[in-house]
Every structure is written in C-alpha cells, then in structure tokens.
Write a protein that binds this ligand. Structure first.
Ligand code: ADP
Ligand code: ZN
Length: 606
C-alpha cells in the first residue's frame, strides 16, 4: 500500500499564528487578568493620606498618580494637580517611588497566564481543528492510513419486512431461501449444500432493491451492513481497499449477517485496461474479490449487491463463487403497481372509494419509487386544498404531476396556440382510437405542464402487454405522427410541438428494423444491441456502414408510411376531429369516457 501524506502548510505559517496569538493575548487579555482592583479617590484624600503618613508606594505618570496605603493592601488612583512640593512631602511621609505598582502578581503566575495559557489554548485548538479536517478527508488520522478507522457499518433495516415490499414476487421467492438459510444453516450444511456467497439484485432504479435487501435482514433478524459502492472509492489510493477490509472484518465478527453493497458498478466496473485506469477503483475491486474468496461459503455472511448496469460489471465479480446468483428486480406490472400503491396508501388517509386499479392502469411504466411519490403528491394536493382525506382526483392529478410536471399557473398560450394544441392532441387520440388495436385514451388535456409539454394525451392499456405485434407497433407510430398530421390538415402549417413525437416514432421504427427483425430484407439479424437495458436503453450499432445507410432509409420509409396513414384517418374523420378539438379547446381537459362518447355518437350533446 502506498503511504499518503496529507498536504502540509509551511511550518513558518504555524509559527506566525502562534506569535500573533501570544501578542494579542498579552495586549488584550493578560492585563485584565492581572490587574488588581484600583480604587479611584480625589486629590484631597491623597493629601490626607500623605499627612497621616499612610502611603506605601507611589507612581507618578503623565496623567495620573497611582499609590498604595502603608500596608500596600489597596491600590488607589487619583488625577494630577499642579503641586510642585508634592515630591518633598511624599518623601517626608516615607513613600517609596516605584515604576509599576500594579504589577504585584507573582512572576510565575504572570508567566503562566501570559505565555503558557495561550500556548495551551492554541495547541488544543489546533488539535481539534486537525481532527475535524481529517474526519472530512476520510475519517483517518494522518498517522494511521490503512488502519481501521473504527467506522461502524451496521445500519438499521428500518423494520422492513417482505410484506412491505409489494409485488416483486419472483425476487422475494429467491431471497426467501436466503432467509431460511440464515434461520437454520444446519439444514443446508447437513446435506452438504452451501449458500451462494453473493447475490446480485439487478433492475432499474427505484424498483425496491435496497428495500428487498433490508427485508432479507429484517426477516432473518440479523445485522445489516450497508455501504454504497461510490463510498468505497476515495481520493487516496488504498483507502477503499481498507474500507472493504474493515467492512468484512466487522461482518465476520457479527455473522450471520447481511452485507449490502449498493451501486456496486461504481467499484465493479469491467477492468478494461483503458488509458489512465483508475488505480483506486481497481484496488478496491481486487480487495473485494479477495475478501469474497477468503471466507468459507457457510460462515453466515451473505453479500447482496445492487446495480442497474449489470452488463458493465467485471466478469470476475459474476463468476461462480462470487456473485453467482442474479435476482432480477423489474419494473412492477399492473398488479404490482396496484399493490405498491396500496402499501403506500396505508400511510395516508385515502377516501374509501379510491380505485387503485384505475390509478395503477394510468401509471403505466412507473417504478415503485415513482408510485410512492405519486401517493405522497396526492396527499400534498389534499392538504393544499384543505382536505383531510385524499381522493381519487388527487391521485389522478398527482400521476400527471409525477409524469409531466405541475400545471403551469401563468400559462402564456395565445388563443391561436391553444387551438393548435387542441387539434394536435385530438389528432393523436383520434388516430389511436380509429385503429382498432390501439389502446384507448384515458385523458387529454391542453393545460401546459412545467415539464414543457403544452398538452398531454394519456394512453391506457387495459392490461400490461408483454408482446406487441408488428401491426400494433405500426399503429403506435401512426398515433405519434397524428398530432403533426392534424396540424397539417387543419392549419396547413406545422409547428415545433411535435419534436417529442418525432423522437419516439423514430425510436420505435428503428427498433422494429434493427432489433425485432420486423423487416423482410434484413430478416432476423441483430443490427443493434442494447447496452444499457435499465437506464434509458442506449444501443450500439453492430453492422457495416452500408447497412446503416440502408437502415436509415427504411426507418424514414416506415415513419413516412405511418404518417400518411394518420393523415388519411384524420381526413376521413374531419368532422369528428373538428368537433372534438372544439370541445377540448373549451373544456381544456376531457376524460377518455367523454372522448369515446363523442366519438361513438358523433355528437357533442349529452
Ligand atoms: P432501488 O434500490 O431499487 O433504487 P429503493 O429500494 O431505494 O430502490 O426504493 C426506493 C423507494 O421506492 C422505497 O423507499 C419505497 O418507498 C419505494 N418502493 C420501491 N419499490 C417498492 C415496492 N416493491 N414496494 C413498496 N415500495 C417500493
Ligand atoms: Zn404530440
């Protein structure tokens, strides 16, 4: 391990400060401490004392006379007078003339007070400050780099149990085995089975990975050691490795227990020998591997790690004997969302008639963390409106808040713009509804949102769909282009409002060709691979430049074809388009039911 020295300021700097403090102390503080009580008297009293020969020491300065009585117990002070014979009379009275009568304290005490005391204060202060600084720099004294800093990694599990984690049944099932093992390890050792040392929880952010790890510890009632991968990586090379050592040492002492490493990709990234590699990260990773190899499979320490970038992990981490078991923690499905909503709604006062199934349907594609947020936003909205109970409307509005941002209060849409947005949104919805296999809409609004969306069409799938047919995908693309198509048909001009639609339509069309094999010419060849499944789904091309050109051409053709289809649908239903857009323009928000009623009756009247 490399020794690391903390950067030092030049010594002269400290000496300078010492001197300054001493000087200030002597000038300001010491005189106050040392001075005895001085009684101020008038000149007459001074004369009387001279006459009574009750005078000890006398000091005559430019501004005052300081003197003591015969026994030198009290110090007096008086003003100056023009008194030429004073010296003779004082002499006659037996006074002694001295330089400084206030300096009566013993020299040792005065030395202590004026020199040693400030030094002690100063050194104490310095020690305190340097300790503080070291704590900020990683909790270590400069003399003990690489040694234990006695940080305790045990964390509370917040009393979380499996019942608090809604949905995620598969994940819970594979973790239940771990709980069983921690309860009764004998059962396993007798058969000769050994528990995996490490389990990797993989899934998108906010799906409850941390919760699940805590729940395992909570169910098994064992200590929960927790640390985030990024916490290991320090400024100084070697610190992370020593933290790993600390963590495992503490864990082994407390076994059986759970060690949870969040964001393990921060240290476990593939070591790819890139230019300017990260020494600290590699050392930390190596130490982690060493620790995992170092203990026996059945000593009761189970390591859980979480990541949302499993593909970036070093293969050495995922090989058998280390994190060999993977537990996928996926985004919740419809049923899962409903359960998560219910779990969190237990904490708020919800009206008895709140329909969580509908809310779960509206919140398609959200994670557990977002659902928790939706419930909280709904409760906040209830408080804002001075209600003690959270209603269905609160929940529905809060979904939009979480997904699209708050309503813009001072929306500055001109009348003409509002009309364009109304037609645009109805265009999406109408194209979607006219294609039989497209999902119906839940709600359309043209109230601008803080996210920048001017309008908003919430599509709702009746059930979660796992498979999409080629036709359904094409219909989706057509619906995305429907907004722009309506603008073209009605106003004969186009606006910037379709940029997001264009992006989504392009992405879908591209995926159809490069990943789903839905193109006759390319057939079932993977032309792109997803590199970042859980975080946005970045893709990297895996084909020649010529093929790329061809792909681009086909993507354009696909989108164009669907755009044309959308235009055709809207032209054929121009009357409905006008009627619905006018209705939306007036109402600003219409529900899916209103939309469908008008669509089916062909009439706005109730
Ligand atoms: P991750 O570690 O996967 O990023 P967390 O475990 O930190 O996610 O979850 C964040 C929050 O989301 C939790 O505190 C909880 O409130 C909520 N949450 C996520 N998934 C669930 C779930 N399945 N059941 C209940 N709450 C959940
Ligand atoms: Zn649009």
């Amino acid at each position: 391990m490399k020794e690391v020295k903390s950067p030092k300021k030049p010594l002269i700097y400290y000496y300078g400060i010492v001197l300054l403090v001493l000087l200030l102390f002597n000038i300001l503080v010491a005189p106050l401490l040392l001075q005895q009580q001085v009684i101020e008297v008038d000149y007459g009293a001074f004369m009387n004392m001279i006459d009574e020969e009750n005078i000890g020491q006398v000091e005559v300065s430019d501004t005052q006379i300081t003197f003591t009585d015969k026994e030198e117990t009290t110090i007096y002070k008086t003003g100056l007078m023009d008194d030429p014979s004073l010296t003779e009379r004082l002499y006659a009275a037996g006074a002694t003339f001295s330089k400084d009568i206030t300096e009566t304290t013993s020299p040792i005490i005065s030395f202590l007070l004026s020199f040693v005391l400030p030094l002690v204060i100063f050194i104490g202060l310095g020690q305190y400050m340097s300790k503080k600084m070291m704590q900020q720099m990683g909790g270590k004294n400069s003399m003990s780099f690489g040694k234990s800093n006695a940080k305790i990694y045990v964390q509370s599990t917040d009393g979380i149990h499996f019942s608090d984690v809604a949905g995620e049944e598969e994940a819970k099932e594979s973790l239940a085995e771990i709980v069983d093992y921690l309860h009764n390890p004998k059962k396993y050792t007798e058969v000769g089975a050994s528990m995996p040392k490490g389990l990797l929880l993989v899934g998108p952010p906010g799906t409850g990975k941390t919760m699940l790890a805590k729940a395992v510890a909570g169910e098994a009632n064992v200590p929960f050691f927790s640390m985030s991968g990024s916490e290991f990586v320090e400024m100084f090379v070697g610190m992370g490795a020593s933290k790993v050592r600390d963590l495992f040492q503490q864990a082994k002492e407390k076994a059986p227990c759970i060690v949870f490493i969040d964001e393990i990709d921060a240290i476990g990234k593939r070591r790819d020998g890139q230019f300017g590699g990260n020494d600290e990260r590699e050392q930390t990773l190596n130490q982690l591997l060493t620790e995992m190899d170092g203990f026996e499979g059945n000593n009761g320490v189970i390591i859980l790690a979480a990541t949302n970038r499993p593909e970036s992990l070093d293969p050495a981490l995922t090989r058998p004997g280390r994190f060999d078991r993977r537990v996928p923690v996926e985004l919740p499905d419809l049923k899962g969302r409903e359960e998560i909503l219910k779990v969190h709604a237990r904490k708020v006062k919800a009206a008895p008639d709140v329909d969580f199934h509908t809310i779960a349907r509206m919140a398609a594609g959200t994670s557990g963390a977002e659902l928790a947020n939706i419930v909280n936003e709904a409760a906040l909205r209830a408080v804002r409106n001075n209600r003690a109970i959270v209603t269905q409307a609160d929940f529905e509005e809060s979904i939009e808040v979480v997904l699209a941002g708050y309503q813009k209060k001072n929306a500055i849409l001109s009348d003409e713009e509002k009309k364009v947005v109304a037609y645009h949104e109805i265009g999406h919805a109408l194209v979607a509804a006219m294609q039989t296999s497209s999902a119906p809409v839940q709600k359309i609004t043209i109230i601008p949102r803080t996210s920048g969306a001017l309008g908003y069409t919430m599509q709702v799938e009746q059930q979660d769909k796992c498979l999409l047919t080629k036709e359904e995908l094409e219909n989706k693309i057509a619906s995305f282009t429907g907004g722009r198509a309506a603008e073209e048909i009605v106003f004969g001009q186009i606006t910037t409002g379709a940029s997001n639609d264009i992006e989504q339509a392009t992405r879908l069309a591209r995926a159809m060709i490069t990943r789903y094999g839905m193109n006759d010419e390319f057939g079932m060849v993977a032309l792109e691979t997803v590199t970042n499944q859980y975080l946005g789904g970045d893709v990297s091309l895996a084909c020649s430049a010529d093929t790329q050109k061809e792909i681009d051409r086909k993507v354009i053709a696909t989108v164009k074809e669907q755009h044309e289809k959308a235009r055709r649908i809207l032209r054929e239903n121009r009357e409905l388009l006008d009627m619905l857009a006018q209705y939306l323009y007036e109402k600003e928000t219409i529900t899916g039911e209103e939309f469908m009623r008008i669509l089916q009756k062909g009439d706005v009247q109730q």
